[in-house]
Design a protein around this ligand. Structure first.
Ligand code: SME
Length: 138
């Protein structure tokens, strides 16, 4: 009998699929909020290993989204002063919050090695994706 995937396995499958199938997605991962500590913890991801497994609220693009509750589309990471570099090859980034019952519980973070790689279509797609991901938590 086939076992069903647990939540982390499903999130990893999403990351791997996006990383493998979308040409300009060079790192795809989920971070999850730990509100009592005001930090984000790295969850499932696909791409190069990162040192940034814990990110304080407010720090970097991810930490800013934890506070703003809004998608952050970064055309050129070098132009950001509050940015955490995971890899010197990364040129642009998008971070989309994940809402469950109105609460911002985390985010999907995507890096690209191409400058200005993300469009409004990526934003719309990823916001819709996160609405599907949120269903795993209900
Ligand atoms: N660049 C992110 C940190 C996470 S790494 O991209 C995987 C940031 O500035 O928050």
């Amino acid at each position: 009998e086939k076992e069903s995937l647990n939540k982390d396995e499903k999130l990893l499958a999403v990351c791997t699929l996006l990383h493998n199938e979308v040409k300009h997605y060079d790192w795809v991962g989920f971070y999850f909020a730990v509100p009592e500590e005001r930090v984000l913890h790295l969850g499932p991801y696909s791409g190069p290993e990162t040192d940034h497994t814990v990110i304080p609220y407010g720090k970097g693009i991810c930490g800013q989204v934890a506070v703003s509750n809004e998608t952050f589309l970064v055309e050129d990471v070098m132009a950001q002063d509050n940015y955490i570099a995971c890899s010197m090859t990364v040129k642009s980034e998008i971070v989309v919050p994940l809402f469950v019952n109105g609460a911002n519980i985390g985010q999907i973070d995507i890096d690209s090695n191409t400058i200005n790689a993300f469009t409004a279509d990526d934003q719309k797609f990823l916001e819709e994706l996160n609405e599907e991901v949120a269903k795993l938590y209900n």
